[in-house]
Ligand binder design. Structure first.
Ligand SMILES: NC(=O)c1ccc[n+]([C@@H]2O[C@H](COP(=O)([O-])OP(=O)(O)OC[C@H]3O[C@@H](n4cnc5c(N)ncnc54)[C@H](OP(=O)(O)O)[C@@H]3O)[C@@H](O)[C@H]2O)c1
Length: 252
């Protein structure tokens, strides 16, 4: 039997890590517009997260502190969501960080920094998925959408550890999809360069210039990525273990 697209996310609970900024914030808005109750996680951006929650359409949304490197904060969030909702239907793993470091610069990219970037960008999402798994099993029709990057397949990006972390996130998605169907689907959305403050020192002129070298010749906005995130939840209901690339054709 086919699973028709969901026309509404009314009654569904969505958790957006990194919802305080950029792609996560745009995803939180679109999920709320579709009817979901949205949990927006933040690290340093409490004010941003609370302002976003207050502006979302619908009711019941909340902001939650969650630090990718701090498993206790992730478990505490899961316990709170268990008590409030008893289920999670959509998890968007958007939280992450990077630092621009030339790939040949092994002085700067030492073992500590390598481990730190892996810890946040792949161990963190693993820990969030692990803690929320009972709530997603309780949903019975859940989806995890991890915001990856074309860096995970091209090996080109802000630094070497970031590329390795996104490759690990992609592969973990394959394993999870195999292990946890049919109750939970796992998808990645992989952007190229997106107009957010994610990469320190990269401004609009750099993004515009890079966009001109892509087939679509336009800067990819956070809302473009959020639209793919929403589609994973509402439309791509027969897909699991796959990656949707949203990069204006930059990978070509
Ligand atoms: N922008 C791009 O060009 C691009 C391209 C490909 C992939 N991506 C991916 O897209 C995702 C979102 O990035 P973005 O562009 O939206 O960047 P962004 O605007 O800088 O947002 C990053 C988000 O991650 C949260 N975060 C950072 N470190 C954290 C930590 N240690 N613990 C918990 N939360 C943390 C931030 O929270 P606070 O602000 O509250 O501290 C913020 O909400 C990332 O996974 C990134 O790898 C981005």
């Amino acid at each position: 039997m086919a699973h028709p697209p969901l026309t509404s996310l009314n009654g569904r609970v969505a958790v957006v890590t990194g919802g305080s900024s950029g792609i996560g914030a745009a995803s939180a808005r679109m999920l709320a517009e579709a009817g979901a109750t949205v949990v927006v996680t933040y690290n340093r951006g409490e004010e941003r997260a609370r302002a976003l929650v207050a502006a979302l359409p619908g009711s019941g949304h909340l902001a939650a502190h969650m630090v990718l490197e701090d498993t206790a904060s992730i478990r505490a969030m899961a316990a709170d969501l268990q008590a409030r909702f008893g289920r999670v239907d959509v998890l968007v793993n958007s939280a992450g960080f990077t630092r621009p470091i030339p790939h040949h610069d092994l002085e700067t990219m030492d073992e500590d920094l390598f481990a730190k970037i892996l810890l946040a960008n792949v161990h963190g999402p693993f820990s969030v998925i692990r803690s929320l798994m009972p709530l997603m099993q309780a949903s019975g029709d859940a989806v995890v959408i991890s915001v990856s990057s074309i860096s995970g397949t091209s090996g080109s990006g802000s630094n070497m550890a970031y590329c390795a972390a996104k490759a690990a996130l992609d592969t973990m998605t394959l394993s999870m999809a195999r292990a946890f169907g049919p109750k939970v689907r796992f998808l990645c959305v992989a952007p190229g360069a997106v107009a957010t403050d994610f990469v320190a020192g990269r401004g609009r002129p750099e993004l515009e210039k890079a966009a001109q070298a892509t087939p679509l010749k336009r800067v990819v906005e956070p809302e473009d990525v959020a639209a793919a995130v929403l589609a994973c939840a509402t439309h791509l209901r027969a897909a699991t273990g796959t990656t949707i690339v949203v990069d204006g054709g930059r990978h070509l």
